[in-house]
Write a protein that binds this ligand. Sequence first.
Ligand SMILES: Nc1ncnc2c1ncn2[C@@H]1O[C@H](COP(=O)(O)OP(=O)(O)OP(=O)(O)O)[C@@H](O)[C@H]1O
Length: 644
Amino acid sequence: MTPVEPGLARRGVRYLARRRRVVAALLAWSVVEAGHTFALGYALAEALDEGFLAGRPRTGLAWLGLAAVAVVAGAYGTGRTYGGVAGLVEPFRDGLVRTVVSRALHRGGGSDTAAVSRLTHQVEIARDAFAGLVMVSRSFVFTAAGALTGLFLLAPPLLAVVAPPLVLGLGLFLATLRPLARRQEAYLAADETLAAGLGDVFAGLRDVTAAGAEPRVRAETGALTDATLHASRSLARWSVVRVVALALAGQLPVVLLLAGAPWLLDHGVTAGGLVGALAYLTQSLMPALQNLVHGLGTSGSRLAVVVRRLTAPGLPDGPPGEPAATATAAPQDAPAPALALRRLTFAYGDRADPVVRDLDLTLPRGAHLAVVGPSGVGKSTLAGLVAGLLRPGGGEVTVGGARAGTAAAAARRVLIPQEAYVFSGTVADNLGYLRDDPVPEEELRAAAEALGMAELVRRVGGFAAPLAPAELSAGERQQIALARAYLSPAPLAVLDEATSHLDPVAEARAERAFASRPGGTLVVIAHRAASARRATRILVMDGADTVCGEHHELLARSPLYRDLMGAADPAHRGPEPRNPAHRDGSSCRDSPSYPPRPLRDTDRVDPVPRPGLPGDRGHVVAHRPVGQVQAAGDLPDGRPLRRE
Ligand SMILES: Nc1ncnc2c1ncn2[C@@H]1O[C@H](COP(=O)(O)OP(=O)(O)OP(=O)(O)O)[C@@H](O)[C@H]1O
């Protein structure tokens, strides 16, 4: 434990120095307690040598009686030591509680009572571990002192046989403390990371299924399991060394005592002395040693880990190992932004070009962001990062203050991918899938109305009617997925081309419904130009470069945005009714390398007409080779469109 943490050890010594009187009382009662250890072996030896073996049974019984008195006195001493330990441990607990509760309240805005409760639970763990540690280390020191004094007084040769293996074993044990504590911590960390990873997978199971991310999740979870296995093997190897140390210090002296009995008897040790020495070893030293090994190994490591976490500057609000959800939380008065990207960077491999680079963006609650850019530029990747399905290579993503990828963040966002996930069940089952509580029919009806699917619900026979996913069109499936997300408690909705199979009117209706969800924040990976113009802020992705702003601002500043909008239906270019939350407090920063390079001849910025959808022109999915180049076959017509 403390050997790995010199700072912690120093703090421990200072803590004890401030409580000298409590420590002195504890030591005094420990001496009384240790008296019985001494008396046990010594009285036994005298009872045999001077009493029973010498034909004086009364003397023998008197010595045994003396040993019994010493045991009673020792028991009284033990009782009083508990008071001393409490005097040391309770102020330690109170100090920790004060620290962690005030920090949690300040950082968490005073409302996260669950976080405070988790923290105080950890404080109780620290207190118990500290108490255990004081008890076992104190008990070992005094028991060893009592036993070794007894051995010496019985006959110095006894000490010569017992002390070397004892010292050797103890030395080996102390040498294992630091590496074992490190491995124990590594194991705890791996185990907690695995638990957190599995928790996140569980929380995001439907997203994993909907996005077809099973192989990636399998690989990541497998890696976490392997790391835990590796850490536990390493811990087990060092535990073997500790067992050897225990055998050396505890068992070898007994063997040497028995094997060396003839030599000892030749050197003035009496039969009673041998029995007394055996009593010291088996009744006192071995149990105290086992307690010490167990106590230092388990309570010590636990104490070091918990205290370090509780008093670390970046205090986590979750159980040990859980990513610090509040580490990035805003100060008390400012609620955490609905979404914050800070210097976010991501690439699909160590050598691949980054798809997202140094992206900064902050969206307050109620904001409505559209993300536009050529096909393959990284819009879905960004959606995956926001949803926590992809882990950033650099920087961070927080959702409502919680780091993306944690269960807390997963609960605050809903991702609606292009491929809608509809299962066999009733309409109500499908719509209420993201809710813990049954959704009242009124609410179902309001959602269906808001998303323009009331007619669909009527056609299939109402909310209690079963759905046959195969009989629904792609657009209908998208409407169901949208309504499900609309009804979910997650305040942040990320629509990743989730309306691609809807006609423009239905799309506009769906986006407006999401944009006006109370307290809701909307990110739309825009499929059509009109989507971008409905948003209060637009992020234009151009390779790993980005430019960000409002519609008119971007028309002036971004050639790519002009191209994307120019590809739209001219009818859509007139004045667009603006969202009243025009200045919504969102902020973002152009990437450092913006303005972008001039378009090259090889770049393509194509309008993508989608046959079959009346009036459905103006897609903002233009095509430009970026990074891993979009296959030419992805373009409906492959026709290059160059800027002048
Ligand atoms: N799992 C993956 N492994 C490697 N590269 C990937 C992976 N997924 C996407 N990419 C690449 O990352 C880049 C960005 O892809 P992404 O799907 O995010 O783009 P997009 O802008 O959403 O495209 P679209 O508009 O066509 O959906 C592309 O070059 C793509 O080929």
